[in-house]
Ligand binder design. Sequence first.
Ligand code: FES
Length: 98
Amino acid sequence: FFQVEVKKGGDSFTVVAQASGKEVVVEAEDTIANALERIGIRVQVSCEQGICGTCLTNVLEGTPDHRDEYQTDEEKAANEQITICCSRSLTPRLVLDL
Ligand code: FES
């Protein structure tokens, strides 16, 4: 039988907010934006569905698991920015410029 890949959630990973010197674990059903808010880092979100680009954040290290519709395929492949409202990480650690 078929196993359908679920696009929501995924493995947990650690997000490092480089400029703030803080880090937080993003659990399977959590979002990066919510996890950062919990440790007191203010982030801008609007649509929370990967459409508007409000939450776009620079990536310093690690490989994003892009789940948005905002960035082009070329931008996603460059792995320089991530929509933190919905995207996740393919690497155990994702370092952001926040
Ligand atoms: Fe709209 Fe993240 S808040 S893309």
